[in-house]
Design a protein around this ligand. Structure first.
Ligand SMILES: NC(=O)c1ccc[n+]([C@@H]2O[C@H](COP(=O)([O-])OP(=O)(O)OC[C@H]3O[C@@H](n4cnc5c(N)ncnc54)[C@H](OP(=O)(O)O)[C@@H]3O)[C@@H](O)[C@H]2O)c1
Length: 326
């Protein structure tokens, strides 16, 4: 196959999945099949085929994935933990050569991913794909989602736009990588548009197979909370003195949040995740800024440079579109 034509995607109407589907359809190169639960009420966009599955009946997953070149998983983070394992096992049985697993955030091998309670589950999926030996994985590392994390709740990037307050982790100067949903959609579509293998030994063009069993690091912005704050001030036409500003040590905020989580409060998870992501650079643990250590594949994939203030403005003006309860 020259490139991966038959794409199966889980979460075709989900937060990030719908942007991936939009870009895949725009590329016009793929047949896109939404793998969706029989119990789902999702209404799929035109041009997308539908394969209904029941995660308790493995054969429905295998049938849905037969003949597909790649499975892209964008599954709700709180889906039962074995759901993704069932999918990758079905992908192996159906002979799907590539799997892009759930992730869309941290590098699963970074200590922050373990501290944020996500690394072990992500690595278990990758390990299972490797054990089964039928599919290769390609994992997308995007950092936190930009607009989503900026609006909605101060437990993410620290901003409460409605009440004009911001909590800075430490001094607010830890730089992190963060990505828009648009850029994530483009990153996946650009990767899947690559030809799979080199034409011959002299062909040094970028191929999809060169990403086998690797992370793809990409991002929209590499910024601090203070950068975001300046951008928010420009977007809202407000001044610093209009805002209530507080500072909290990221490690203290992380520890208190973990205690909350252990008491069964779901806010604890979100608060811990973001506080951990903003640990100071050079602290030995690093922050959610992966660009200095891994570089980015933005240029290799041909991703555009986005306008930071423009995206902040979109987030502020259309904040309801990005709000979710977790
Ligand atoms: N980087 C970040 O800042 C960030 C933030 C949030 C999430 N994430 C990550 O992004 C990934 C996708 O999250 P998302 O917010 O896009 O997901 P989502 O919109 O909440 O859900 C995606 C899809 O999952 C399916 N689903 C829902 N409940 C399910 C269940 N119980 N069992 C099986 N499937 C179920 C649904 O598809 P159907 O209805 O079609 O079956 C749904 O459309 C997750 O790995 C999450 O950790 C990253």
């Amino acid at each position: 196959m020259a490139y991966l034509k038959n794409v199966a995607i889980v979460g075709a109407t989900g937060s990030v999945g719908r942007f991936i589907v939009r870009e895949l359809l725009a590329a016009g190169k793929h047949e896109v099949t939404a793998v969706t639960r029989t119990v789902s009420n999702a209404v799929m966009p035109d041009g997308v085929k539908v394969a209904k599955v029941d995660y308790d009946v493995q054969s429905t997953l295998v049938d849905a994935l037969r003949g597909k070149d790649v499975l892209v998983v964008t599954m709700a983070p709180f889906a039962p933990s074995d759901t993704q394992l069932k999918l990758v096992e079905a992908a192996a049985e159906a002979g799907v050569p590539y799997v892009i697993p759930n992730g869309w955030g941290f590098d699963p091998n970074h200590p922050a991913a373990d501290d944020a309670f996500m690394g072990p589950a992500q690595r278990a999926v990758i390990k299972r794909i490797e054990e089964l030996g039928k599919s290769s994985w390609i994992n997308f590392v995007s950092g936190f989602w930009y607009e989503f994390s900026l609006v909605g709740t101060s437990d993410r990037f620290g901003f409460d736009l409605q009440n004009r307050s911001v909590i800075f982790y430490d001094d607010g100067m830890a730089r992190i990588n963060t990505s828009t949903w648009d850029q994530t959609g483009r990153a996946v579509a650009k990767l899947l548009a690559l030809k799979e293998k080199p034409d011959n030994a002299d062909d040094d063009s970028t191929t999809l197979s060169s990403f086998k069993n690797k992370n793809v690091y990409f991002s929209s912005f590499y910024v601090t909370q203070k950068d975001m704050f300046q951008s928010v001030l420009r977007a809202t036409g407000t001044k610093e003195e209009d805002w209530k500003i507080t500072y909290e040590p990221s490690d203290e905020r992380y520890k208190v949040a973990v205690d909350l989580m252990h008491q069964g409060n779901p806010i604890g998870f979100v608060r811990a995740l973001y506080a951990r992501g903003f640990y100071p650079e050079g602290s030995g643990n690093g922050s959610a800024g992966f660009e200095p250590t891994h570089g980015l594949q933005n240029d290799v994939l041909g991703l555009p440079k986005e306008d930071f203030d423009e995206r902040t403005k979109v987030a502020v003006e259309k904040s309801e579109g990005f709000i979710r309860t977790y």
